[in-house]
Each structure stands twice: as structure tokens, then as C-alpha cells.
Ligand binder design. Structure first.
Ligand SMILES: [Zn+2]
Length: 217
């Protein structure tokens, strides 16, 4: 009840009031702003009226400085720009099935970090993820070599010390956490950015039904 009330109240706020005071250099403030925008999305009332002006503003040299990068699943039900109600040029999105970083995904995120825009990287898994489900099923002989590579990578995140398989939600959260840890472990550039405090990486979980995004710790 309280949650519904909050969603309605925040959905009624003008967007400017939700974004004007955010320090784009502060990862925690950025995450807070995204959470506020996600509440608006949960309320189901988002719309964009000025896309023509936004396009014109981006069609210039050096036309993007997104402070947030997101590695999310390619699933059609998980659109980061909608989930966080972001205007054009506000988030740098990398997507693939299972939100695990390939070398090209890592290169994409390194590009964003090297440009100096990025303050926050979010690795976002979601409920009913087919890629994690396939990894849990372990039926790799029905998959293509590329899919086997993907499911094996996801499976590594489950850990080896479970007597019974984790639930799909638990497995998805473990995978998001592992993917988030994989980035600095495999990129000196990202590792240095995190160590210096310039960039924060967090794992998150998106619920298809409610539209809510929660941090995975
Ligand atoms: Zn998925």
C-alpha cells in the first residue's frame, strides 16, 4: 500500500524535480536518482515529449557524456532506458544474454570509462532469465557451441559448493554479482578506476512483473 502510494507520488513529480540536484560525479547520488526514476517507471506513466530536441542536442561532436553504464541481459523484456527513464545520451548500454561480459562487452565498457564520463556501472540480471535457466538446466548437448560457452560461464558464478541447485532467482543474483566482479578482475583500466574511487560497480536485479530494480549485495 505504502509502496503504491510512493510510486503514485513520485510519478506525479515533474521530471526536472527528480534530476536537477543530482551530482553526476557521485555514483551513490546517481544510483539514488535511477531508483527514483525506476519508481516512476513502476507507476507506468513515463513519456517523452522532447525527443526531437534531444536528438538535435546529441548530433554534435562530443555529443555524449553518460555518467552511467549498464551491462544488462539482451532479453526483450528488460529495456534499461525505459526501466530507468533515461533521456538520450544518459546511459551507455551494453547487452547480451545473461549479462555476462565478453571481451567486446568489456571493451565497450572500457571505452566508456576511458572517456571519463562513467561514474557508475550497473550489471543487471532479471527474473525469468532464459540464459540463467539454461545454465541451471545443464543440458548443454542441446546447445550450440557459443551457447555452451555462455551457459558454462554463467554456471561458474553459481559456485561449486551447493548440494542442490540454487533457485533461478538466487542463481541470477549470483550471476549478476559474479559479472560485476569479473569486470575489474579482467580490466586494469576498470580496476584502476574503481580503486581510485572514480567509478563504482554494482549488481542489480530487475523484476519483470513489478518493474522494480533492487541492488544485489
Ligand atoms: Zn536474461
Amino acid at each position: 500500500m505504502l509502496r503504491s502510494f510512493l510510486i503514485l507520488c513520485i510519478a506525479a513529480l515533474p521530471l526536472a524535480a527528480q534530476t536537477s540536484n543530482t551530482d553526476a560525479n557521485d555514483p551513490d547520488a546517481l544510483w539514488k536518482e535511477l531508483q527514483g526514476a525506476n519508481l516512476v517507471y513502476q507507476g507506468g506513466t513515463i513519456s517523452w515529449n522532447d525527443l526531437r530536441q534531444q536528438r538535435a542536442a546529441t548530433d554534435v561532436e562530443d555529443g555524449q557524456h553518460p555518467p552511467v553504464a549498464i551491462l544488462s541481459c539482451a532479453d526483450s523484456r528488460v529495456p534499461p532506458e525505459l526501466i530507468f527513464k533515461r533521456d538520450l545520451a544518459k546511459i551507455f548500454v551494453v547487452r547480451d544474454a545473461g549479462n555476462v561480459a565478453s571481451n567486446y562487452d568489456l571493451a565497450s565498457l572500457e571505452y566508456a570509462v576511458s572517456k571519463g564520463w562513467t561514474r557508475l556501472i550497473i550489471v543487471m540480471g532479471h527474473s525469468r532469465c532464459g540464459a540463467v535457466e539454461a545454465a541451471l538446466a545443464g543440458d548443454d548437448n542441446k546447445l550450440t557451441p557459443s551457447l555452451v560457452e555462455l551457459t558454462q560461464r554463467i554456471r561458474e558464478s553459481f559456485g561449486s559448493n551447493w548440494a542442490t541447485p540454487p533457485s533461478l532467482e538466487d542463481a541470477t543474483k549470483r550471476n549478476a554479482r559474479a559479472s560485476a566482479a569479473w569486470l575489474p578482475a579482467h580490466s586494469a583500466l576498470i580496476r584502476n578506476a574503481v580503486r581510485s574511487g572514480r567509478v563504482k560497480i554494482l549488481a542489480a536485479y530487475y523484476n519483470l512483473g513489478s518493474g522494480a530494480v533492487e541492488e544485489v549485495r
